[in-house]
Design a protein around this ligand. Sequence first.
Ligand code: KIV
Ligand code: ZN
Length: 517
Amino acid sequence: MKKEKVLIFDTTLRDGEQAAPASLSVDQKLRVARQLARLNVDIIEAGFPISSPGDFESVSTIAREIKDGPVICGLARLVEKDIVACAKAVKPAQRPRVHTFIGTSAIHTEKKLRKSEDEVLSMIIDSVKLARRLCPDVEFSAEDAGRTDGDYLCRVVEAAIRAGASTVNIPDTVGYTPPEQFGAIIDMLFNRVPNIDRAVISVHCHNDLGMSVANSLTAVAHGARQVECTVNGIGERAGNAALEEIVMALKLRGDFFKADTNINTREITRTSRLVSEICSMPVQPNKAIVGSNAFAHSSGIHQDGVLKARNTYEIMTPQSVGLKNNHMNLTSRSGSHILKTRLAELGYAESDYDMLSVYEKFKALADKKGTVYDDDLVTLMESEAGHEVIDTYTLDYLSVACGRGVAPVAMAKITVDGKTVQSAAYGDGPVHAATNAIDQIVGYKIKVDNLYIAAITEGREAQANVKVSASSAEGSFVGRGVSTDIVEASALAYMDIVNKIARMKKFKRKVPKVVND
Ligand code: KIV
Ligand code: ZN
């Protein structure tokens, strides 16, 4: 079946960055842009050059540095100085684009712009012509198109194309239009705008009612050939349509949409993680495609089904989005099938243990703990076999000096096999210094993925409960520590991980691959 190409216009660095808690540096934006080029997006909207000198520099740096790949685009209001600055910022790009916009709904023209429809129309014509003189590729957006009067929107689109816009974008700026109505707007434009075939029709949907992806896909089904979206769906207010969801929907259901994209989907996970980290915006665990649970199975029935045939509960492979594997959460809902499989991966042959007894203990542990990790299974199996399971390392002493103008330094004493070993180390902060001192003693290579600190009692003397997630060659671990001192609680959580690694090294018979990373 012939599938038409839908261009992916990524606006993570413009609409997405608008919503990030802190603005990104030029270097951070360049890192994201490089990864977007690897992902093979068609257009990168790199920023809004007139908005600040930093944004101008980011757009021009990206335009200069990202070669042989996407179109580099900047945003501009329908104002001469915006358009001139934008054209200048994108000029170094091999394929530059100026994206200019104005509100076209009555709410925007009357209340925000305080202009008549005809005044706005002539601004569109003059500004698109100016942009066209400065840049060969011009996109025009009718902001708030979702709430714009149909007759007026047709006049706007026709005028923008006649003035030289080769892409016309129809945003649902406030995420207000349901998919059927949005599809009807796209149909109306294709039926009523005489020169519509001279431009690519694009859509840009916000997620205020959770309809951004549905609206974007509906628009594609009705003939839109560019979708504006962001990685992880970040963006103004409730965000924009999520790139990864649109791309995977088109990849999986190309039969329905008769469309496809140029995206290298195996770069999706890497891109999502980079954007999440750089923008300091964590991804919710149940987020489609890129959430940590997107390829994790918890129910015993599902786990059994996936072990028998993956496609019982997986509509796409984890590998297709760049993950190594799926993940089975071992919980009280897990059945003996997955437990047996996991134990085999850890090197325990079924003939070596009594499944009934192990399964019973596993259930009791899962009821108490929630999720059972590999190191918990190893401990369970070793005590089942009568081996003594004790901590290899004990933190006896920790002192940390830190403060304003002081490089944090920590001194730790740890007992290992009856002997006390001590070490001192600097770090970027007190917790970093403490874990560096511990690392020097134990000699493990540990990557801390997350550290959460929560108060478990109230008031100034509150107990801190620290949870650290970390990984090493032995697997992924979660460690916990409690103290009134948050540095000590963090160090204890880290020691918990150190001891779990030691146990895995001692008892595990075969190193399993870390999954779902
Ligand atoms: O949401 C919107 O309408 C926009 C435009 C500038 C395209 O971000
Ligand atoms: Zn937007």
